[in-house]
Design a protein around this ligand. Structure first.
Ligand SMILES: NC(=O)c1ccc[n+]([C@@H]2O[C@H](COP(=O)([O-])OP(=O)(O)OC[C@H]3O[C@@H](n4cnc5c(N)ncnc54)[C@H](OP(=O)(O)O)[C@@H]3O)[C@@H](O)[C@H]2O)c1
Length: 181
């Protein structure tokens, strides 16, 4: 059965990015060969991706995707939630949507087939899914850095059960199940 997983990395104090959307604090961390392999495998592990406008904009800017569309990382369909008229990466399967995440989620599950759905971020979008009872799991890699402020990992209360914790220096990786009523 398809599961919906918020797979992400965070600062120790619970931020996905700085307030100006920088990931320098994360991208400057060393990554082991094993973790690198796990991250590269994400695009085949998941059958669909969901992200908000800021995360998509970060990808556009960071990879200069409108000039280099071949750098678009996802081979499976991606949904971008936005009220804006954002440009699509040429040749990429990107579907822009807005409003109710439940309707979008149903389309994603259908597209994912027997694979899981990846919630890439941001935190409020993951929270919208949790509010709708549609988020199953959170997998988060904590980097050994605090930011003090920034874009939050998950800006609402969600009750979770810790399923697994491991470390792959310098990261602490936690897998948590979302408790459902
Ligand atoms: N650390 C990591 O591994 C990691 C992972 C993912 C992301 N990030 C970074 O974290 C930051 C996240 O930014 P963010 O907190 O602003 O979150 P975001 O989800 O990327 O973007 C939020 C925006 O998405 C749009 N949106 C969200 N839900 C919507 C809905 N239901 N309908 C229509 N539009 C909707 C809205 O934009 P508009 O209304 O303006 O269109 C909203 O302001 C980014 O800098 C990203 O690069 C880091």
């Amino acid at each position: 059965m398809t599961r919906t997983i918020y797979y992400t990395a965070s600062s120790l104090d619970g931020f996905l990015a700085t307030s100006d959307h920088s990931l320098d604090w994360l991208l400057s961390q060393p990554v082991s060969e094993q973790l690198q392999g796990e991250m590269e495998g994400l695009t085949t592990r998941f059958g669909a991706q969901l992200m908000g406008a800021s995360t998509y904009q970060w990808l556009l800017d960071n990879e200069d995707l409108l000039t280099n569309p071949e750098k678009w990382p996802y081979p499976t369909p991606s949904w971008v939630m936005t009220h804006r008229d954002l440009p699509a990466v040429p040749g990429a399967d990107i579907r822009f949507a807005q409003g109710d995440v439940a309707a979008v989620h149903a389309e994603m599950v259908a597209a994912a087939g027997d694979k899981d759905v990846w919630v890439v971020g941001g935190g409020d979008l993951a929270g919208q899914l949790a509010d709708a009872g549609l988020l199953d799991e959170i997998e988060v890699s904590y980097a050994p850095v605090t930011l003090g402020s920034g874009m939050p990992l998950l800006p609402r209360r969600i009750d979770l059960e810790l399923r697994e914790v491991r470390h792959d220096a310098p990261f602490v990786l936690a897998r948590l199940e979302v408790k459902k009523p």
